[in-house]
Write a protein that binds this ligand. Structure first.
Ligand code: ADP
Ligand code: MG
Length: 702
């Protein structure tokens, strides 16, 4: 094997690794080479001097460093719960150390009556502190240099079992740096950029992120490395945007009879100014001959569907077919019902295609798509299958909660001789930094206005002890002629559990609201479509007073007379879901309420979510808070897409750097859109190389 750069050396050749650990490093952390290890960054540091007294520990602390003598090593429990336990004593007191795995090995290592440094996360059992699986090392008399800050690295259970715990990982990076010369780490940022943005050199940054001399050096290293990572991301996005902007697509020459007739004679309401503005933006794009690549953001209930529908009409007016793709079957069906009702007023043929469509019907749909009889098709991912062939697809609308994968997008683009126009609508607003990164290659339109006459919804938090009062309140609202939603959480891990909790809830509702006096409808995921439909209709028609449901009603349902949304076990919902659910009420002329029912004891995070919901109705603000509380990983399935998997940057904390790098990337591309100038060749090489890099499997990290 010829390795022309030392950083490309396979990881098992490093001192202290070998074939066994090498294999694990690859499979667990995608660390294949010296270079990958170099980019496996510490996630925190401990101050070598910061040794606490056991008596000073308290429940608000997490990772701590202690020094003491380990005594009374013994096995406790049996079978499943067998564990090794030892007491750590210092001058101030003692605590228990616990190992559930690898106890034998630890026992062999421990030397009696010697002082140890202990590092780990404290937890409390019966108000006594313990540390499970601590890092332990003999206190050695140090003479000369002592590293002031010890790096801790992300590791996994399997690696820890092989001795590579958060702390020991540093031995590998140490071995690595013993092999590296300063020139082995290539500088990838142009001196001009480094000077302009005050960024340290590459070698300094890597050296100091792994072996900092002080806090200041960590900050410099962090800034440089985050900057570099975000810069390449933004450059890639900006380059894609340049490419998109040049992409040819179909000319929609005129706004024709379908649009005009519908607009004049069948519009159920006057468009808001925001809706008009966004439609104009879409119109401008579609008549330019270039491809429309636009993200439409708007709060729940801002009227994105009508914007999509009117855009579709322009496509149909110009002889093209259009499709609308939704993330779930239920959502696709709801869009179908809504759009079908609008389209039939002007004689446009609409169909729906999902995974559950029967073979025979599917065959008919496919042939009607091919011969052009179907003008609008609504569906799920079933729409991008290879068997779906259009006569002339001109516009694809994507109503999404999850970011589309690159491969899926490519399939959509291939559905016609030129790629169709693409309109992406988000279900809920997305925070700005997220939009800039995950959707940065798209143009953006924002519907920043709700249809007139919407009354702000009052949101109230009540815990279980107040259930009787809440039920009393609902009775009073029903007596006034209003309708009520009661929603139960979807338990993702277990459909069965979700179903059981819904059924238990349904029984409870019937106890409060006897069925001889109250009419109760119920909708959930296990029902057959016609049963679901029947129940929906009972509620929509005003016949049913109460709709008991799982989150299937989260999207799209429109019953203006419903004025109360009760969310059961609200602590189990995420912020954007709560906001979506709340958006089901407040659509009529009456004052509306959203009641968040929680158990009496809820976690700190749940309490924060609830407080935000009570405080504001603003979906954009809620999206920002959601990102702050949860991090980007969970939002909109972005984790799967990889769009936001950063090694060191943080989309929440690094807003300033995101802005800077975006600007820097745009600047460069403005002067050299294809990155062909000599000083940009390395940039081009870097972003092409970066796109094929393996991603860190965050789910295994502990
Ligand atoms: P979302 O943006 O959440 O997808 P929808 O498109 O479902 O919102 O619209 C929410 C409700 O508001 C629908 O019942 C729709 O008919 C209604 N609507 C949309 N635009 C207007 C408007 N300009 N005036 C009045 N009602 C509107
Ligand atoms: Mg919608």
């Amino acid at each position: 094997m010829i390795i022309d750069q030392i950083l490309d050396t396979p990881i098992e050749f490093l001192k202290g690794v070998g074939p066994q650990k090498g294999k694990l490093l690859r499979s667990e952390l995608a660390i294949e080479t010296y270079g990958d290890l170099l980019q496996h960054f510490p996630h925190r540091y401990i101050d070598n001097k910061a040794v606490l007294n056991i008596s000073d520990l308290n429940p608000s602390m997490d990772y701590v460093q202690l020094k003491g003598i380990i005594m009374h090593v013994r096995e406790e429990g049996n079978g499943f719960k067998k564990r090794l336990v030892a007491d750590l004593h210092d001058a101030s007191g003692s605590l228990e150390l616990v190992w559930f795995q690898g106890g034998k090995w630890v026992q062999k290592q421990l030397e009696p009556n010697k002082a140890y440094t202990i590092f780990g996360k404290i937890s409390y059992f019966n108000s006594k502190p313990t540390i499970t699986h601590p890092d332990i090392s003999l206190v050695v008399e140090q003479n000369g240099f002592v590293a002031p800050l010890i790096p801790l690295y992300p590791s996994t259970e399997k690696l820890k079992a092989k001795g590579l715990n958060n702390k020991n990982f540093g031995k590998l990076t140490q071995a690595l740096f013993e092999k590296l010369k300063e020139t082995d780490i290539k500088e990838t940022l142009h001196p001009n950029i480094r000077q302009q943005f005050k960024l340290s050199g590459a070698y300094y940054a890597y050296k100091n992120i792994h072996f900092p001399t002080d806090n200041n050096s960590i900050q410099h290293a962090l800034r440089r490395l985050k900057w570099e990572e975000l810069f390449y991301t933004q450059l890639k996005i900006a380059k894609l945007k340049v490419k998109n902007a040049q992409q040819q697509s179909f000319h929609f020459h005129n706004v024709g009879a379908y649009f005009n007739t519908f607009y004049k004679d069948h519009m159920p309401f006057e468009l808001t100014n925001a809706q008009k503005r966004v439609i104009k933006e879409i119109r401008e794009d579609t008549k330019s001959g270039k491809q429309l690549n636009r993200l439409v953001q708007g709060d729940v209930g801002s009227g994105k569907t009508m914007v999509a529908f009117l855009s579709m009409l322009i496509a149909v007016d110009n002889g093209f077919q259009t499709c609308m793709m939704a993330p779930t079957e239920i959502l696709a069906q709801q869009h179908y019902a809504g759009i079908q009702a609008l389209a039939q007023t002007i004689g446009i043929k609409v169909a729906v295609l999902t995974g559950s469509v029967k073979v025979k019907e599917k065959r008919q749909i496919l042939s009607a798509l091919l011969d052009g009889t179907i003008q609008i098709i609504i569906g799920t991912h079933a729409l991008i299958e290879d068997t779906v062939v259009f006569k002339n697809l001109g516009l694809a609308v994507i109503d999404e909660q999850h970011r589309f994968g690159v491969g899926q997008r490519a399939k959509l683009w291939k559905k016609n001789v030129l790629p169709p126009h693409v309109l992406v609508m988000t279900a809920t607003p997305i925070p700005r930094t997220l939009a800039m990164t995950a959707y940065g290659e798209l143009d953006t339109s924002v519907i920043d206005e709700l249809p007139p006459g919407r009354k702000p919804i009052q949101t109230i938090h009540r815990n279980e002890s107040f259930r009787p009062q809440v039920m009393q309140f609902i009775k009073a609202e029903i007596a006034k002629g209003r309708q009520i939603y009661i929603v139960y959480p979807l338990i993702e891990e277990s459909e069965k559990l979700a179903y059981e909790s819904l059924m238990a809830g349904f029984e409870q509702v019937k106890m409060w609201f006897p069925t001889d006096k109250y009419n109760i409808a119920m909708v959930h995921g296990k029902q057959a479509p016609d049963e679901k439909e029947r129940n929906m209709q009972r509620f929509i028609s005003g016949h049913a007073h109460i709709m008991v449901a799982t989150t299937v009603i989260e999207v799209g349902v429109n019953v203006p007379n419903a004025s109360v949304m009760v969310i059961e076990s609200a602590e189990k919902f995420g912020l954007s879901q709560l906001h979506q659910l709340r958006g089901r009420v407040g659509r009529g002329s009456e004052k509306s309420y959203c009641i968040l029912l929680t158990s009496n004891e809820i976690s700190k995070e749940a309490r924060q979510r609830v407080a935000i919901m009570v405080k504001t109705n603003d979906g954009f603000l809620i999206a920002e808070e959601d990102l702050r509380l949860r991090g980007p990983g969970d939002i909109y399935g972005t984790k799967q897409s990889g769009a936001l998997q950063f090694k060191i940057a943080d989309i929440v904390q690094d807003v300033d750097i995101i802005e800077e790098t975006k600007m820097a990337a745009q600047n460069i591309l403005e002067h050299d859109p294809l990155l062909t100038q000599p000083e940009h060749i390395s940039l081009r090489y870097a972003i092409e190389k970066k796109s094929i890099q393996a991603h860190t499997p965050w789910n295994k990290i502990s």
